[in-house]
Design a protein around this ligand. Structure first.
Ligand code: B12
Length: 362
């Protein structure tokens, strides 16, 4: 068997293993959480019913991420999740010892389901994840703020402040001014929008802001983005047609929206479908617009399976062979993942997205 063939077989096995985990997710999660609560009566005393519902939800989450990591074949993906989990739970008063225990209980149930290579791979991921949990939380790093050399550094800080204060008009004014001085609009997309939302996410993770503040910040960014869109100079499309979408189950939309707007500015005729779109509809839309490029966005690692399925459906389109690009947070930890899902390329931000779209079209 050639190396690419071996790669495809391994991916098929990993995906089958991940599907098995997902199919039994609730059962394993409920058992693991019941076993945890049986050992720790104080949790039920302290949290009442919430200990059961939230605990089961969290255990189900471990499984979603384990399944996602299994699909990627990268233990680092699960280790990343555990590091994130330690911060989310640690900042809400839950100790790393409890995380270790909960991962072990979930892992035990998951391992019983698999055999062969998939089981071995899962064991490796669990060991790496549990070792990370035993190491505990590391002190939170400082905010990912721009260095003073960046021309948009001050605007970026002011924009984040406006988002946190809920100042819609203020944020719009800052973005308009940044657009005026920026070398290119994509600089505003990355330095203001992407950077500030990443920081907002981090602050939620560390329990420094509420879910409501996070939603408000996202709503403001979407409002500002729409306002800038109508103010941008767009010439007639010269490069071809691109369809940008998120997959079924994926709720993060801003990244895909930025990519859609940036491609349009770069001379593409773009249809932006939003996210959580039924895949049949995406394929129909791609055929109707005769898409040269289909760009698929996914943030959550547990949405890799829908990405791989969508890529297969697009590849199966009759009489058309659009180039397929993928991107979003799900592809960040494992750099070769885009190849595993069958795409033609990937990029980590809008600047890269424009470059790769031009390159595949050539
Ligand atoms: C806003 C937000 C939400 C909103 C989204 C609303 C909306 N309309 O988009 C809501 C509230 C729905 C949400 C839900 C959830 N979220 Co959320 N969310 C965020 C947040 C704060 C910002 C996302 C964002 O817009 N980022 C900015 C954009 C510009 O960046 P980007 O998506 O990476 O896009 C760039 C590139 O990736 C690339 N790109 C993107 N797509 C594509 C496509 C192609 C083809 C190419 C080439 C390139 C490309 O270019 C883009 C622009 O430069 C992030 C924080 C973060 N770090 O991003 C958390 C974050 C992603 N969310 C997180 C979580 C946990 C969740 C939930 C599970 C929460 C929950 N318990 O329900 C759910 C999951 C929902 C789901 N099934 O998808 C975690 C994920 C952690 C992890 N370990 O995976 C994060 C990182 C927050 C955190 N720090 O803890 N979320």
């Amino acid at each position: 068997m050639s190396a690419p063939e071996r790669g495809r077989v391994a991916l098929r096995e990993r995906r089958a293993g991940a599907r098995q985990l997902r199919a039994r997710k609730l059962q394993i999660a409920t058992r693991a959480n019941d076993a945890f609560l049986a050992r720790h009566q104080d949790w039920s005393d302290r949290y009442g019913d919430v200990a059961r519902t939230r605990g089961t939800e969290d255990a189900a989450y471990h499984l979603e991420f384990l399944a996602g990591a299994l699909e990627t074949g990268e233990a680092a993906v699960f280790v990343d999740y555990v590091a994130w989990l330690l911060e989310v739970l640690g900042s809400r008063g839950i100790r790393s010892e409890s995380v270790v225990e909960s991962l072990e209980l979930v892992g035990h149930g998951a391992l019983l389901l698999l055999d062969g290579d998939a089981r071995e791979s899962l064991q490796e991921m669990l060991d790496a994840g549990v070792a990370r949990a035993r190491a505990g939380t590391t002190p939170a790093a400082g905010a990912d703020q721009p260095t003073d050399e960046s021309p948009l550094a001050n605007a970026s800080r002011a924009f984040l402040h406006a988002l946190l204060q809920g100042e819609r008009q203020g944020a719009l004014g800052i973005a308009r001014e940044a657009l005026r001085v920026a070398a290119h609009p994509t600089d505003v997309y990355v330095e203001l929008f992407q950077r500030s939302l990443t920081e907002i996410g981090r602050q939620w993770q560390l329990n420094r802001i509420t879910v409501a503040q996070e939603h408000m910040a996202t709503a403001i960014v979407q409002f500002v983005l729409a306002q800038l869109y109508s103010a941008l100079d767009r010439s007639a499309p010269t490069r071809g047609s691109a369809l940008i979408t998120g997959v079924e189950g994926e709720l993060h939309q801003v990244g895909a929206n930025l990519v859609a707007d940036a491609l349009e500015l770069d001379g593409w005729r773009v249809h932006f479908l939003g996210t959580n779109v039924p895949h049949d509809g995406i394929v129909e839309a791609a055929a109707a617009m005769k898409a040269d490029v289909v760009g698929i966005s996914a943030t959550m690692i547990f949405n890799l399976d829908p990405v791989a399925r969508l890529v297969e459906s697009v590849r199966g389109m009759k009489g058309a062979a659009p180039h397929i690009l993928v991107g979003g947070g799900a592809f960040r930890t494992a750099p070769n993942l885009w190849k595993d899902v069958g795409a033609d390329g990937s990029a980590s931000d809008v600047r890269g997205a424009c470059a790769i779209a031009r390159a595949v079209q050539r």
